[in-house]
Design a protein around this ligand. Sequence first.
Ligand SMILES: [Zn+2]
Length: 299
Amino acid sequence: MRIRSRLAVFGVLFLTASLRDARAQNIDFAAIEVQTVKIADGVYVLMGGAAQGNILVSAGSDGMLLVDSMYGPMHQKIVDALSKIGRQPIRYLVNTHLHGDHTAGNEAMARLGAVIISHENMRKRMAAAKNPAPAAALPVVTYNDRVTLHFNGEEIEIYHPEPAHTDGDSIIYFRHANVMHVGDVPSSLRYPNIGVDDGGSVDGMMAAARQVMTIANPATKIIPGHLGPVVGFKEIQQQLEMFAAVKDRVATAIRGGKTLEQVVASKPTADFDQGRMGGAITPDRFVTLVYTDLSRKAR
Ligand SMILES: [Zn+2]
């Protein structure tokens, strides 16, 4: 039993890496148009479809600051979209976390002169990955607990939640505009990815979602990592309820000795599926991620 469940987990971990790559390759980048949405004066969101991370932009007299960089093939489309906002140089790029849908465009942005900023754990993981990112894609500035940028008249506060989606997450808050990019901390209504190989966990995801609602206020425009462009506390609450219920069901099944296959087949998300099918993570995949995290804790 013990060995079997270990083998199952090994299979899941292997699948995680290969699925991530496969997903990136299945995107028809040529067909994607970048959609620019103005959120406040000098603040924009660039959207490249559900599979890619939303980019938050600050544009003003100091230049441009971006949060995240999408996949590499999107670079020219992003630059074209930015040129319609203004002609300023891209001076900073802050990454919410290491996943390729948020960072694979880093190298090209660095070549344009952007200084890349991240949590120190994100840089460590990127540099140590099996297929490490090119040196130019790595953050130049890292922080540990919290850092503030004074840019375009804005106070841009970068917070690190306890390990959540990964162990190197950043939440970026434009205090004056009251706009916050939360990366892949649960927010928009889809099944979230959990970076189970990157220090992420179910409990961490839930804690970070609650933390967002203590740093932000009900009027804050919250930019999710995917979909959106803007969500509020209501969506975060709905995701927390879904997480709590699915966690409880999967944990009970694990205690009852159920295998991953049995738990997936029991469809423990069924009553939450409606409205959550628009993302890259299917219900079965989400259940697999929850099971992977909870079963290794149970061992
Ligand atoms: Zn991610």
